[in-house]
Design a protein around this ligand. Structure first.
Ligand code: BG6
Length: 520
């Protein structure tokens, strides 16, 4: 096994521009559904990281909004969340100052008079702090409240301002099928202009996901071979070891296809497959992604398979099956695993299968993209070893480890030394993020929050993109909804998923790569 490591010295990093020109104007972040987990685990830790990095304006305010009367307990709870989930020391001297910007406003999402009161409160805070009219409304509630909140913001005149930047961030799920996504788009665009709408997909905040663009378009050597002539097939795996983590009622209505494939995995696929955008502007990047999704023909139902985990052992612990999870129907037909085979019918990709799989309670936690190249046209070396990795000449494989063990590795064949025969063994060149750039406590929301405050939509989903991906998956969801699978549960927790997932690739003479993770 060979490894190659790049490294950047810390002193090099300190020379990087600190992004002074990217500091937003003073404004108020208003989080609806602020008592939920997302705010405490992700949003506020990310916001604090921006504060630590001096990327927030001197004056800002964070207002948590939810139904419960939390009062000052909210800020204290957020402080604890930043420490617990943000990798921040409880004694960090900047914490108190940061927390002093946080307040809470109880609101019944359906009551217009509460929005009038919220408006008064935001104006008061803005005046007190000299903030101006910039507002970022973050919808982190259950999706059924999105439309009502937006309508009320519009009705109170809070969605537009002549003097400041007003924007809305909408968490996933954005709709649950094509019709509902269209309807929601309609409701949103009746109040906000598209340029004010930030449909968030937190995968786009991940450094390794953004690096897909850099890897492809800031390096000269990969692009010429990034096409059907050289690539045999592509595998994208999002394997989680966790189950539904107390989110039973949400997951029952979602399932793996809606929860992971229609959004996160389609973003990964688009970044692997898109044509070079002419620049890194929102319009150009989003147009190229849309072209990829539009080039995917309808997925035959036989090329979409599903699974549900039963009890099993994950990381040495016995875990219950999905149907025994808290607040899950004991006869549930919801899929916790989905796998698909699709193609992209354009000049670059015609005929190249893309295999996607997402599953909960899988054997290993790994999000990886595997690009398998074609074998050389003629293999002049015979296989020499009878067993083991050198028994076959393996094709070149580029793996992009989105998480964990973030990195990229390239497999190639090397001559096994000290043998007189030309025995070819697989070896790996490996780039490891942590070794090169150091450990990061960022969770991906930093970049997205900052971009939303600055009005940069490059890393957010566009209305057309959301509808195109829903159009692709709605027929599958409909077919699945009509037939509750009798075979569920069909995979053990802690395994690599159901047999039907394996058979999907066997038809093409391929197999899932289950040796995920760092090789070196
Ligand atoms: C969320 C899903 O969007 O992404 C969760 O709703 C899933 O079910 C999560 O666990 C995975 O995100 P990450 O960043 O941990 O890969």
């Amino acid at each position: 096994m060979a490894t190659m490591q790049m490294s950047v010295r810390p002193e090099d990093l300190s020379q990087l521009p600190q992004g002074a020109e990217r500091i937003p104007d003073p404004g108020i972040l208003v989080i609806f559904g602020a008592s939920g987990d997302l705010t405490k685990r992700k949003l506020l830790p990310a916001y604090f990281h921006l504060f630590q990095a001096n990327l927030l304006p001197r004056q800002f305010a964070i207002v948590g909004v939810a139904r419960r009367p939390l009062g000052d307990a909210f800020a204290a709870d957020m402080r604890a969340g930043i420490v617990e989930f943000g990798g921040v020391e409880a004694t960090d001297p900047r914490l108190d100052s940061f927390v002093s910007h946080i307040s809470y406003f109880p609101l019944n999402f359906d009551d217009p008079s509460h929005y009038a009161a919220l408006k008064t409160e935001l104006d008061r805070i803005a005046k007190e702090k000299g903030i101006g009219d910039d507002r970022l409304f973050y919808l982190a509630t259950a999706p059924e409240f999105f439309a009502g909140i937006i309508e009320n913001l519009g009705a109170q005149g809070m969605a537009q301002s002549e003097k400041g930047r007003v924007a809305v961030v909408i968490e996933k799920p954005f709709g649950h099928d094509l019709d509902s996504a269209r309807e929601l788009n309609h409701q949103v665009n009746a109040v906000f202009q598209e340029s004010q709408v930030f449909r968030i997909d937190h995968y786009l905040g991940k450094e390794t996901v953004q690096n897909l663009l850099v890897f492809r378009f800031a390096n000269g050597i990969f692009e010429p071979i990034w096409k059907r002539n050289y690539i045999d097939h592509v595998q994208i795996t999002v394997a989680e070891t966790i189950g539904v983590e107390g989110r039973g009622p949400f997951y029952e209505k979602a399932g793996a296809l809606r929860d992971m494939v229609q959004n996160h995995m389609m973003e990964l696929l688009a970044l692997v497959a898109l044509e070079p955008p002419s620049n890194f502007e929102a319009e150009s990047v989003r147009r190229e992604k849309l072209k990829v999704w539009q080039a995917i023909p309808p997925i035959p139902i036989l090329n979409a398979v599903r699974g549900q985990y039963g009890p099993g052992i994950v990381a040495g612990e016995h875990v219950v099956g999905y149907r025994d999870e808290n607040r899950v129907n004991p006869e549930s037909g919801t899929e916790t695993y989905a796998a698909l085979r699709l193609t992209i019918e354009n000049w670059r990709w015609a005929g190249v299968p893309f295999y996607l799989r997402a599953g909960k309670r899988m054997k290993k936690h790994a999000t990886e993209i595997g690009i398998q190249f074609k074998q050389p046209p003629l293999l002049i070396f015979n296989r020499m070893a009878l067993t083991g990795p050198c028994s076959e000449i393996q094709p070149n494989l580029l793996t992009i480890r989105i998480q964990p063990d973030e990195g990229i590795s390239l497999r190639f064949g090397a001559k096994l030394p000290t043998t007189p025969e030309m025995t070819v063994c697989p070896v790996y060149m490996d780039f490891d993020y942590e070794a090169a750039f150091g450990k990061s406590s960022a969770n991906g929301y930093e970049r997205l929050l900052l971009d939303a405050m600055l009005g940069d939509q490059t890393l957010f989903a566009h209305r057309d993109g959301v509808e195109t991906t829903w159009a692709l998956y709605t027929p599958i969801l409909q077919a699945w909804a009509g037939k509750n699978p009798e075979v569920f549960p069909n995979y053990f927790a802690g395994s690599w998923g159901p047999d039907c997932g394996d058979r999907l690739l066997e038809k093409d003479g391929h197999a899932w790569r289950n040796d995920l993770g760092r090789k070196a």
